[in-house]
Write a protein that binds this ligand. Structure first.
Ligand code: SF4
Length: 700
């Protein structure tokens, strides 16, 4: 094992213990299971059964239902009986926070219980208490006393358990010793896991969720490392990004966190938490999982590889999703082994680079829009990538998510450009332009080394990392390119293990002390909008989270005539403009990895049986009036029991505190209690104004 993964150069599932959840087996190489959680009131048996069935029919292999108190836990029996009566036997999971009594009832009824170690025994008071070693040990004993009965019930009834840590709800004890950190999350779960192991109970799954994909990824990696060090084995892992929000942003945030780990073979079951109806989470889960069906080590390589080449990307016949047929030049080029990792995968540190123009150094990553397929680029085309031209005033308006560069291929533009925009073209076209202040050439690695003419300030050089043509272990060309003060490297890979290939090239740059800035170039050959979003997010997000990349360029395959409908038939992401789609996706990936902030960030819970208002509608209303507040983080949470803890590092919180009542937060502090929901959005705006977080929206 390399630190936290079976392999960092090829796809290989992490070996985990096998867990049985009713009739379902999880871990130990079984397929990655997809799951979701109901949003209905658990006491409403009919509504919960109906929603559970919709989730099962969408493909959920496990369905979680909240059990906030004894009466909901007891009603799980009615829900389960009705489902069985109607022929549905998918395992149910009871979601528990704060109420051991409810857990002990539920564990006798359903196939799995989820406990949150941050609040199973402790009630969070946000107090920074100093614990002596003796006091700390006493607390652990108190947990053992309270938690052991549940462990014994689970063992006796064959019930599985998830120890589900959330970044936002760590206990005061953990916070006092480890702070709000990934290692604190790991220790929070390990305390409970040790108690369960002492009882010889192993039917356990673990999770380390956060709304920040960076924290989430680090916590899972650390957990794997700690389990291996302490027990010599790993328990299965349930992956998820909490409070990811809705729409494209929710999908992107989830795909970055979950996809980064899946790329390294980590994860036995996944849940994508969206502020949407739960059945709409399942196609996103399946789009994520099917990417790995054909990778080496999954046991169905040939079928999966064949399907991916045909554009189905799907090695599992159960996933009956239609795609058009097209050919993708993927290869299985060998990625050289890693002897030593020249960076820490457990903390974020941006790779050290020198600046070339506005790329690299301490500058935010740039976005390069590929307009090379437009036969004749006009000012109107630039509107798709954030530049709006007004003929009357002869002025450009530039949005916060305007691309920094456009790639024009062999095309010279015949109009004056907005001041901040620069062009990248093939060498002959650049030479023909005779314009070194707007045009920059892009070469192949060999082409650059042999070029008769080069730009005096900035040259882009493409490297396709570890495809089957690259002579493995021959990196001599890098020495010629490396540390040329004008060279920006553009790394891409047509290797099936593309992320691993590009990451391996970063290691090679690091080993050779090369500090050239790098643009990550990722092409997608998938078809639906969700598949594209997930592909771009997983392949580039995983690199950005490790501090790699000074820019992004997202491209699309020849067959990307994007479908505007989702698998469910519901239209979510109508894509009439591929350039706008890729540009917005690039900015959203940078935002979700917190490497470049260009818009408001929303942290909204997926809602559940505790939710006290229509979360989807309220989120849309708040988004409509605040989406011009660049960099402000607003949390919209369904209940006051878990909401404040789970909203992590939001600047402001809008939290349901009773029927028709909202409590507003600034950070973790309550500032307006029980506001009438009719006026709560206006009150939120007032709060933003009082805290200098508000600007008037520009009139369009
Ligand atoms: S914060 Fe949202 S998802 Fe979490 S318990 Fe409350 S209502 Fe349910």
């Amino acid at each position: 094992m390399m630190l936290y993964s079976e392999s960092l150069t090829s796809y290989k599932r992490l070996k985990t213990r096998e867990v049985t959840i009713g009739n379902l087996r999880l871990g130990n190489g079984h397929p990655i299971r997809v799951q979701t959680m109901t949003t209905t009131d658990t006491m409403d048996t009919h509504a919960t059964v109906e929603q559970t069935i919709r989730c099962i029919e969408a493909g959920a292999e496990l369905v979680r239902i909240t059990a906030p108190s004894r009466k909901e836990a007891e009603n799980l029996q009615n829900i389960k009986d009705e489902l069985h009566k109607r022929g549905y036997h998918v395992p149910l999971v009871a979601d528990i926070h704060f109420t051991p009594n409810a857990a002990e009832i539920a564990a006798r009824i359903v196939e799995k219980v989820r406990v949150n170690p941050g609040n199973y025994v402790d009630k969070k008071k946000f107090e920074q208490i100093e614990y002596t070693d003796a006091e700390y040990a006493e607390e652990i004993e108190r947990i053992r006393e309270r938690f052991t009965p549940l462990v014994r019930i689970c063992r006796e009834h064959g019930t599985a358990m998830r120890i589900g840590t959330n970044h936002g709800s760590l206990s005061d004890r953990i916070m006092s010793r480890y702070g709000d950190t990934a290692i604190g999350m790991v220790e929070s779960a390990m305390e409970f896991l040790r108690i369960a192991r002492d009882e010889d109970y192993h039917n356990i799954v673990l999770s380390m969720k956060s709304s920040n994909p960076q924290v989430m990824v680090q916590a899972y990696r650390l957990l794997v490392q700690h389990m291996m060090q302490e027990f010599g084995e790993c328990y299965p892992l349930h992956l998820g990004v909490t409070e990811a929000g809705d729409g494209e942003d929710g999908r992107i945030k989830s795909a970055i966190g979950i996809g980064t780990l899946l790329e390294d073979g980590i994860g036995d079951t996944i849940r994508v938490s969206l502020t949407e109806d739960p059945e709409f989470e399942i196609p996103v889960c399946r789009d994520l999982v099917k990417r790995y069906a054909g990778r080496a080590g999954t046991g169905n390589d040939e079928q999966g590889m064949m399907n991916r080449e045909q554009g189905t990307g799907n090695g599992d016949a159960a996933f009956n999703i239609q795609h058009s047929t097209f050919n993708i030049p993927f290869t299985y080029g060998a990625v050289p082994d890693i002897k030593q990792l020249p960076y820490s995968p457990f903390e974020y540190r941006r790779r050290d680079t020198y600046p070339v123009g506005n790329i690299g150094g301490k500058q935010v990553p740039v976005v390069v829009a590929d307009l090379s397929r437009i036969s004749s680029i006009t000012p109107q085309h630039l509107q798709s990538i954030g530049y709006t031209y007004d003929t009357a005033t002869d002025k450009w308006t530039i949005s916060d998510s305007a691309a920094d560069y456009i790639f024009t291929g062999n095309q010279l533009l015949n109009f004056a450009l907005p001041g901040t925009l620069k062009l990248i073209a093939y060498p002959a076209t650049w030479e023909e332009s005779g314009d070194n202040s707007h045009y920059y050439p892009i070469f192949s690695d060999k082409g650059y080394l042999e070029a008769a003419a080069r730009h005096p300030q900035m040259n882009f050089v493409m490297i396709d990392c570890f495809n089957d043509l690259t002579p493995v272990n021959d990196f001599s060309f890098l020495d010629d390119l490396g540390n040329d003060p004008t060279v920006v490297l553009c790394l891409s890979s047509t290797n099936l293990n593309a992320l691993q290939s590009v990451r391996r090239m970063f290691m090679e740059l690091g080993n050779r002390g090369l500090r050239n800035p790098v643009i990550l170039m990722t092409d997608s050959h998938w078809q639906t909008p969700d598949e594209h979003l997930i592909h771009f997010s997983a392949e580039t997000g995983g690199l950005l989270l490790d501090g790699f990349g000074d820019g992004l360029s997202l491209g699309y395959g020849a067959a990307a005539g994007l479908d505007t409908t989702r698998v469910s038939g519901r239209t979510y992401l109508p894509v009439s403009d591929i350039h706008q789609f890729t540009n917005n996706t690039a900015f959203s990936i940078l935002q979700a990895t917190r490497t470049r902030i260009s818009k408001t960030e929303y942290i909204s819970c997926p809602s559940c049986g505790r939710t006290l208002f229509d979360l989807q509608e309220t989120t849309a209303r708040i988004r409509a009036v605040t989406n011009h507040l660049k960099g402000v983080k607003i949390a919209i949470m369904g209940c006051i029991v878990n909401g404040p803890g789970e909203m992590a590092d939001a600047d402001f919180g809008y939290v349901g505190s009773g029927p028709g009542k909202i409590t507003l937060y600034k950070g973790k502090e309550i500032v307006k209690r029980n506001v009438d929901s009719e006026v709560a959005v206006d009150e939120l705006i007032t709060l933003l104004k009082e805290n200098d977080a508000w600007v008037e929206p520009s009139v369009k």
